[in-house]
Design a protein around this ligand. Sequence first.
Ligand SMILES: [Zn+2]
Length: 202
Amino acid sequence: MARLYFRFGAMGSSKTANALMVAFNYEEKGLKPLVLKPRIESRDGEKTIRSRIGLERECEFFEDYFKEDIEETKKLLAGYDAVVVDEVQLCDPKLIPQMYAVVHDMELPVICYGLKTDFLLQPFPASLELAAIADVVQELKTVCWCGNGANCNARIDSEGNVVREGEQVMLGGNDAYISLCYAHYKSGDIGPKMRARYEKSR
Ligand SMILES: [Zn+2]
């Protein structure tokens, strides 16, 4: 039985690398995965997803396959063996319920990777929708500099301070994010290594 997966994790939890491995596993078996990312995530319109450990591959835009009309979506997805979606938090939340229909009407697995919450710990609308309807919700773990599990995505300004206000999605900004445990997110302590990096660049 096909299932709808939401694999979430903070920055640096290898979500993209995991997405690429899943796609590779399908291909290795002679199957045809479709790898998607939201168009908004593409800085210069390039259809590539790239993980921090250096893996990358071509992808398509989510909006070119998931349409308001579910029948159109199903036509576009016909012939694929799995759909892998990276950065799902930036997808249009109105289109998330279609994933469920695709999985269960077409027996087509949809495997999504993304953040649950933004830099203010507010849920991304698409992630909220997806968490509610996914058949399987799994956490990909990463650690704070202190060694504890990190589940907060802190946005850092150019001086290394944790940002406490702003837009949920900052496009084209050279904003930096790091994942912190809740205690260090609250205190704004980015750790000695990161601090040293910002002090050096001052
Ligand atoms: Zn910590």
